[in-house]
Design a protein around this ligand. Structure first.
Ligand SMILES: CC(=O)SCCNC(=O)CCNC(=O)[C@H](O)C(C)(C)COP(=O)(O)OP(=O)(O)OC[C@H]1O[C@@H](n2cnc3c(N)ncnc32)[C@H](O)[C@@H]1OP(=O)(O)O
Ligand SMILES: N[C@@H](CCO)C(=O)O
Length: 350
């Protein structure tokens, strides 16, 4: 299959990878038949040394040049004229990869609530199968933020010398109780929707709206809302911040579903790079690639010190910090700073 999107640059292709090997999950369950939807931009160069592998965050998709348009595209830092850029939709997500609405081979029906628990390590293992399928021997740069950074770290451990650079943004080596708590409040919101438990794609969608609104508060910083959502007039109700959060909830519920959200937020909670590896420090130190971690000074979700910690414990780590009032999502927004950090990082010799 080679679908060409009307929005695509000429060198973009979207494909489906159908796995031939089952995926043995950390939970002990086995995902027998699974697929990954992936997008590529540009061409592999003759010595196959120009691979940039992008990993999306919680609600992203494989079209990295759309949601990271300031970083990927013609004349951008990662230009398809120079790089072969790959991004796959993560397992569990609803943009073409196997997810809770896919057919469960054991029953012939959609998985719905029986979709197995997946972890960032499992997600990395599925990407590894795609790498092998694509015949990519070495990845020049693996880059991902938030959940994408967790998956990137997991994959960096197992890729060994097949990876040259890992760029991990606004992420962590082990999910903090704070983030797990925030995610649990969002799942509680989903559970409180009376349609949760029903077997269709809109199940839990009002709950998902509330979950996204809660999440958005953690993706922003108080200063950001003060700048963008202060009310000019004196009032008792009908505040801009309230309508902003309601709108953001509705916007996500139109393009996502509660079961995928549940699956991926559980994956985020389960992240522990050090599990069965002698702890987080040993796991970070085992990464052969150079690592650039980028924190956000105003991130209230994955704190900048968590990103800094990874670079401190890495064999060859560098830390940079985005200065922004945007909060956690700054890694999806502050393109000039990102491009500057990347440029200086690649110029450094380590
Ligand atoms: C198929 C797909 O789309 S998947 C891929 C896209 N998504 C991803 O990859 C996930 C990562 N991206 C994101 O999370 C987001 O896109 C971000 C963080 C980069 C930017 O978020 P945005 O919602 O675009 O920006 P922001 O927080 O400033 O909100 C702007 C929106 O809120 C609306 N808004 C702003 N203030 C208010 C208010 N007081 N009341 C109601 N609505 C408001 C704006 O009109 C705008 O609406 P629009 O999105 O329909 O144009
Ligand atoms: N705003 C990001 C989430 C946090 O990384 C997303 O919706 O994927």
């Amino acid at each position: 299959m080679n679908l060409t999107s009307q929005y695509a640059e000429p060198t973009m292709t979207q494909e489906i990878f159908q796995a031939t090997e089952p995926l043995h999950l950390e939970s002990g369950e086995i995902l027998k038949d699974y697929q990954l939807a992936y997008t590529t931009y540009g061409q592999l160069n003759p010595d196959r040394s120009n691979v940039v592998w992008v990993i999306h965050a919680l609600t992203g998709d494989s079209k990295a040049a759309e949601w990271w348009s300031g970083l990927i595209g013609e004349d951008k830092f990662f230009d398809p004229a120079d790089h072969f850029i790959v991004c796959a939709n993560l397992l569990g997500s609803c943009y073409g990869s196997t997810n809770p609405f896919s057919e469960n081979p054991a029953t012939g029906e959609p998985y719905f609530y029986d979709f197995p628990q997946v972890t960032p390590r499992d997600l990395a293992a599925s990407l590894e199968q795609l790498r092998i399928h694509l015949g990519i021997g070495q990845i020049h740069t693996l880059i991902g933020g938030s959940l994408g950074g967790q998956v990137g770290l997991e994959w960096a451990v197992t890729l060994g010398q097949k990876l040259k650079n890992a760029v991990i943004l606004a992420s962590t080596a082990k999910t903090s109780p704070w983030v797990i708590g925030l995610n649990e409040t969002q799942r509680m919101a989903i559970e409180s929707d009376s349609t949760w438990g029903e077997r269709h794609e809109l199940a839990g969608s009002k709950g998902l709206e509330a979950a996204r609104a809660i999440a958005m508060v953690s993706y922003r910083h108080p200063d950001d809302l003060t700048i963008k959502q202060s009310d000019r007039e004196e009032k008792l109700d009908g505040f801009r911040a309230a309508s902003y959060l309601r709108y953001q909830g509705q916007k996500l519920a139109k393009r996502f579903n509660a079961l995928s959200y549940w699956t991926l937020s559980k994956a985020m909670d389960s992240h522990d790079l050090g599990r069965n590896r002698g702890g987080v420090d040993a796991a970070i130190a085992s990464i052969e690639a150079r690592i650039l971690t980028i924190g956000v000074n105003s991130d209230l979700l994955f704190l900048p010190k968590e990103s800094q910690y990874i670079s401190q414990k890495a064999k060859r780590g560098t830390y940079k910090e985005i200065n922004s009032t945007a909060g956690h999502d700054a890694f999806l927004i502050e393109f000039e700073q990102l491009a500057y950090f990347l440029k200086s990082y690649y110029l450094e010799q380590k």
